[in-house]
Design a protein. Structure first.
Length: 137
């Protein structure tokens, strides 16, 4: 019995040590990360070497940014798959790279019309989606 428990513990530990399937730095302390599969792609900030705080949850499939703002497109994800019939839009002002993002600073989820209107208000219509994961679109 002890051997079985030991093998289970080893299996669980090694399973969690495989790393991220996607880790892409966007800017400063902001990353695109997916733990086990591409569909889990989220915008996050690291709070330790291997732990991330999700800011915009999966499935993020397009991102753009300038010096002050980040924009993102996302399909809602609920295991085992995402809902590609819905696209949410987000606008997020960047904060000091050493601070963890707070949810109340994120604008969204927005519809396409709300997103376009808010971009106009913030004068950020020139930001394009420059990082796009076509397989998640």
């Amino acid at each position: 019995m002890k051997k079985i428990i030991l093998y289970l513990i080893i299996a669980l530990v090694t399973e969690g040590c495989q790393g991220l399937v996607i880790k892409k730095n966007i800017k400063d302390n902001y990353y695109l990360v997916a733990v086990d599969m591409d569909e889990q792609l989220a915008i996050a900030q690291p709070f330790s070497e291997s732990m991330y705080n999700e800011i915009i949850t999966a499935t993020v499939f397009a991102v753009g940014y300038n010096d002050k703002y980040l924009i993102a497109k996302q399909h809602p994800f609920k295991f085992p798959d995402e809902n590609k019939a819905i696209t949410n839009y987000y606008i997020m002002p960047f904060v000091n790279e050493n601070l963890l993002r707070r949810d109340h600073e994120i604008i969204g989820p927005l519809t396409k019309d709300e997103f376009d209107k808010k971009r106009k208000e913030l004068n950020i219509e020139d930001i394009k989606f420059t990082i796009v994961y076509k397989n998640l679109e």
